[in-house]
Design a protein around this ligand. Structure first.
Ligand SMILES: NC(=O)c1ccc[n+]([C@@H]2O[C@H](COP(=O)([O-])OP(=O)(O)OC[C@H]3O[C@@H](n4cnc5c(N)ncnc54)[C@H](OP(=O)(O)O)[C@@H]3O)[C@@H](O)[C@H]2O)c1
Length: 247
């Protein structure tokens, strides 16, 4: 139990990669707050699955585009449980189009959710974490942030920004005992990668040395590592979990 008695918030916990991340954190003993925006039913199912395995979880509506929503949930979690040990920012969206034809609202929404959303959640979590002089933030980035991904310019820019944020934030708050890292997923068997058009997905998979998609649990184990004391001397790092795609 590497996270016994710890409290963790996971944004985007309701579907895609989120449920596996929530499940693995809970399996290590953390009480997990399963964040969702619209998928209340899916979030309730994630909570129920964790509880049926003997873990502790609760669902919370968090829209990462709204500071009031992020701040209110973070404050409520700290008021209820007395602490916040880990934040995992899995909420994210993409809008695939060539930049030359990308509508303004799509461009803005991706940046607002992926970049500003991560910053809003990190800012809210840092307040209790700096006060308790301990905590771990794990942002979910993407290989699109470190290698070209044609048709995903706004998404790639947003994930590159997340990785830049992680490095600077780690330097800002390391003195308070707070660590800030990212996982950098490649192509996984859950979430947005499963909705990629087949020909495009096959072309990317052909470049993966391990020759398969990652299992959501394999990413979740990397998140657990970064959230736990096993990574006590790791901060400002982007842990690539991509089967070698970006190697
Ligand atoms: N799946 C992959 O292979 C892959 C690869 C590389 C990186 N990633 C990254 O991994 C993360 C999770 O992706 P995924 O594949 O699980 O995506 P997904 O299946 O599309 O799920 C997205 C999640 O984000 C939540 N979300 C979206 N907008 C939100 C907002 N404004 N506020 C709060 N929550 C919001 C959704 O909640 P609702 O359903 O309630 O709207 C949902 O839980 C993302 O950051 C993504 O960029 C995924």
């Amino acid at each position: 139990m590497r996270l016994a008695d710890r409290v963790a918030i996971v944004t985007g916990g309701s579907r895609g990669l989120g449920p596996a991340i929530c499940a693995e954190l809970a399996a290590e003993g953390a009480r997990v707050v399963v964040g969702y925006r619209r998928s209340e039913r899916e979030a309730a199912e994630v909570v129920a699955a964790i509880e049926s395995s003997g873990g502790a979880a609760e669902a919370a509506a968090i829209d990462v585009r709204e500071s009031s929503s992020v701040n209110a949930v973070t404050r409520a979690v700290v008021a209820r449980h007395g602490r916040l040990d880990a934040l995992v920012t899995s909420a994210g969206i993409h809008h695939d189009a060539l930049l030359a034809t990308m509508p303004d609202d799509a461009l803005c929404d991706v940046m607002r959710t992926n970049v500003e959303g991560t910053m809003r959640c990190a800012r809210a979590a840092l307040r209790p974490m700096m006060k308790q002089r301990a905590g771990a933030i794990v942002a979910v980035a993407s290989v699109a942030g470190i290698r070209a991904s044609v048709g995903q310019s706004s998404y790639a820019a947003s994930k590159g920004a997340v990785l830049a944020l992680v490095r600077t934030l780690a330097a800002e708050v390391g003195g308070y005992g707070v660590r800030v890292n990212a996982v950098v997923p490649g192509v996984f068997d859950a979430g947005m990668a499963t909705r990629t058009p087949r020909d495009r997905a096959e072309a990317v998979l052909a470049q993966v040395p391990l020759g398969r998609r990652g299992a959501a649990r394999e990413l979740a184990r990397a998140v657990v590592f970064l959230a736990s004391d096993d990574a006590a001397y790791v901060t400002g790092h982007g842990l690539v979990v991509d089967g070698g795609l970006s190697a």
